[in-house]
Design a protein around this ligand. Structure first.
Ligand code: UDP
Length: 487
């Protein structure tokens, strides 16, 4: 039996995400898409992510209908009580490289749990593009590797251009630098990308900064993989995709992944069950609250899974929301506010009682699809941005880190799907921008928002660009064989 399995040629992909919410959820969606196409998948989670998925989601029953699917786990090398939040993300980079990398190699070696004859051998790896060490390990074993970068194509391209930005003197950032200055170094974005809009990891005065070094070197290594997968679609990011293709020709733009999965599931069954990839318990009482609100009357507020707020910003945002007189649904994740959470002004508590609803974690896709939601105050995480686009909900962007500074610029300046409030957190401005989004400037956003929703939907429908690109990826995975990997 073991011999038959180890000689089997059936495609078997190992998917290995960077262990944080946004990366795990879109790679799980890709895993399900591959399962639907008859590919065997092993999904390698960090122990802690896996425990939380088991606790808060139906992930086991969801994948139980795919006999070729299974989970494996690996340590991320950090102590259990490490917060793993955005302000400590460099710790995750570090420990993955130090602790997880050698474990990953052992798992793939003959006799390791990914290569012990109980399942068909791994025929290709889809690894998070921020973990390029997987290329070295897979190369050693003769297995092809596709990298999946979960940021926007535009951000990936900005990262790719870092050496040019250093050469032109734009980086590192100097003390007296004018942050609104347009940059020439990121080809195709010269007309709108300011110093302020570079990904947060580029906002450094010292080029030896660890986060900066990681994103620069990981991005430069991408060409060594067999292909690059991005969660985006041609009509949204054509310019960045065109630039990237000049350097990395084998590019698969297969997003929005959540819409791509929904569309393919619907082709298989009439009403696919709703599923969740949440690492926190979803509070569905907010859906009942939304049911009681008028159409497009509520602004949904969420800053994703990694953002840390300080008390000052929390209070300014809160005043802005309450003083806008709009209904609001606000996600405040546990342990996401630094400092003292007591002594909240009575005006804010009263305003929240009257017009607000707060939860610790929401079923975001369902919230955005609810007819009561008319706007999204977001940190511009890439998944959130795509989810808002598909739901045709205009955005106010208040980016925190990573690709969010680029995404918010695109939303506000290029796609005209909302307003960019980058680097500002002032109660009067927050109040005004909410009023603009929900009332005063609503009409000017409606057309671009509806148009982009339609383009997103078209891209994942049969014959659409992301649909076709996903089929090509599946074909390439099915025909990949061990030992074809040539450098
Ligand atoms: N999310 C959710 N409920 C919440 C907040 C966020 O389900 O209350 C999901 C959201 O739908 C998205 C993901 O968490 O899929 C966050 O990913 P994103 O890339 O937007 O931001 P990150 O958390 O990586 O900063």
């Amino acid at each position: 039996m073991e011999d038959t399995l180890s000689q089997s040629n059936s495609p078997h992909v190992l998917i290995f995400p960077f262990p944080v919410q946004g990366h795990v959820s879109c790679m799980l969606k890709l895993a399900e898409l591959l399962c639907l196409s008859g590919v065997d998948v092993t999904f390698l989670n960090s122990d802690i992510i896996h425990r939380r998925l088991l606790r808060y989601t139906d992930v086991v029953s969801r994948f139980s209908c795919y006999p070729g699917f299974r989970f494996e786990t690996i340590s991320d090398g950090l102590p259990t009580d490490h917060p793993r939040s955005g302000n400590r993300v460099v710790d995750i980079f570090d420990s993955i490289k130090m602790v997880t990398k050698p474990m990953f190699r052992d798992m793939l070696l003959p006799g390791g749990c990914l290569n012990c004859g109980t399942r068909p051998p791994v025929t290709s790896v889809i690894a998070d593009g921020i973990m390029c060490f997987t290329i070295d390990v897979a190369k050693e074993m003769g297995i092809p590797v596709f990298l999946f970068r979960t940021v926007s194509a535009s951000c990936f391209w900005a990262f790719y251009c870092i050496p040019k930005l250093i050469e032109s003197g734009d980086l590192p950032i100097k003390e007296d630098d004018e942050m609104d200055r347009l940059l020439n170094g990121v080809t195709g974005m010269e007309n709108y990308l300011r110093l302020r809009d570079l990904p947060s990891f580029c906002r450094v005065s010292d080029l030896s900064d660890q986060g900066f070094q990681v994103v620069m070197s990981e991005t430069q290594e991408t060409y060594r993989a067999n292909g690059l997968i991005l969660n985006t679609f041609e009509d949204l990011e054509e310019s960045a995709l065109t630039q990237i293709r000049k350097h990395i020709p084998n590019l698969y733009a297969i997003g929005p992944l959540h819409a791509n999965l929904k569309s393919r599931l619907e082709a298989h069954m009439s009403s696919p069950p709703r599923s969740s990839d949440s690492l926190w318990e979803e509070d569905r009482t907010c859906m009942t609250w939304l049911d009681e609100q008028a159409p497009k009357s509520v602004i949904y507020v969420s800053f994703g899974s990694m953002t840390m707020l300080n008390r000052e910003d929390l209070i300014e945002l809160w005043y802005g929301l309450v003083n806008s007189n709009k209904k609001f649904l606000w996600v405040i994740r546990p342990n996401s506010v630094a400092g003292d959470g007591r002594n909240i002004p009575a005006h804010l508590l009263e305003g929240t009682m009257k017009r607000g609803y707060m939860v610790r974690w929401a079923p975001q896709e369902d919230v955005l699809a609810h007819q009561a939601v008319g706007g999204f105050l977001t940190h511009s995480g890439w998944n959130s941005t795509l989810e808002s686009i598909v739901a045709a909900v205009p955005m106010i962007c208040w980016p925190y880190y990573a690709d969010q500074q680029v995404n918010s610029r695109l939303v506000g300046e290029v796609w005209k799907l909302g307003f960019d409030m980058k680097d500002i957190c002032d109660r009067v401005i927050v109040e005004n921008v909410i009023k603009d989004l929900m009332d005063r400037k609503r009409d000017e956003l409606t057309r671009p928002v509806d148009r982009m929703m339609k383009l997103a939907t078209r891209s994942v429908a049969e014959g659409g660009t992301s649909y076709t690109s996903l089929n090509r990826l599946i074909e390439d995975i099915k025909t990949s064989t061990k030992d074809e990997y040539v450098f």
